[in-house]
Design a protein around this ligand. Structure first.
Ligand SMILES: [Zn+2]
Length: 243
């Protein structure tokens, strides 16, 4: 399975899974960059996968639906126009010969889902978990987002994390302010260098995130490490919102 990014807006990534001359796209917030790639690389569009209802993840859906030979898969949310198959926890879908399991991850939005392929150790997690950070709480509770992130944390360490935004550098600036760690420092310098060259910092792996992402609660600031897990998570999220 080849996966590549199609940049959109200022910091969104539309992910594309490619097998031979067909692609399936995840979270096409804009149709134009996808149509450009189809034309440029002479590719066909198979399916569309949607993680949540935000416009920067769904804005290109209806236009691109005219080009697919398969289906649009997404959360159970009547406010998203164009979904053919509504998904819930543990539903299995197949695209381009690969199976993905649906993981419900409410918090950032209530309808948020992630797509996990055990076969290839790939997770498309939208705006739930970012590299060195996590999504903002727009609709859910701290408990919900914490539980969703812990569900992701149960996956194997080698799971590759394909998230919806290039936020790694600013996230690491926050982490640096909270945790003194050689690994975080190293990751920060590496990320700084990549961004200076306009290179992508994704995918990350869960193994790496456990060392650099305090929201997984494996590595947390000393002053809050004795709090109850969800309180620690809440405090981190509040600190990040105010950073
Ligand atoms: Zn979002």
């Amino acid at each position: 399975m080849n996966i590549f990014d199609i940049p959109a807006f200022t910091d969104n990534y539309i992910w594309a899974i490619q097998i031979d001359d067909s692609i399936t796209v995840i979270d096409p917030g804009d149709s134009k960059p996808v149509l450009n790639i189809l034309e440029e690389k002479k590719l066909k569009l198979q399916d569309i996968l949607i993680t949540h209802h935000h416009y920067d993840h769904t804005g290109g859906l209806l236009e691109l639906k005219n080009y697919i030979s398969g289906k649009v898969y997404g959360p159970k949310n009547q406010n998203i126009d164009g979904i053919d198959v509504s998904l819930a926890e543990n539903d299995l879908i197949e695209t381009l010969g690969y199976e993905f399991r649906v993981i419900e991850t409410p918090g950032h939005t209530l309808d948020h889902i992630a797509f996990y392929s055990q076969q290839t150790d790939v997770l498309f997690c939208g705006d739930t978990l970012f590299s060195a950070g996590c999504g903002r709480l727009f609709e859910g509770t701290y408990d919900q987002l914490h539980d969703s992130i812990q569900k992701i944390n149960e996956l194997p360490g080698q799971t590759k994390i394909y998230c919806g935004h290039e936020y790694t550098l600013s996230n690491l600036e926050f982490v640096k302010s909270q945790i003194s760690s050689e690994i975080v420092e190293q990751k920060y310098l590496e990320t700084l260098d990549r961004r200076a060259k306009n290179q992508i910092t994704l995918p990350s792996t869960l193994e790496t995130e456990r060392k650099i992402n305090p929201f997984l609660l494996e590595t947390v600031p000393n002053d809050i490490k004795d709090l109850k897990e969800v309180d620690c998570f809440k405090e981190l999220r509040i600190r990040k919102d105010n950073f």
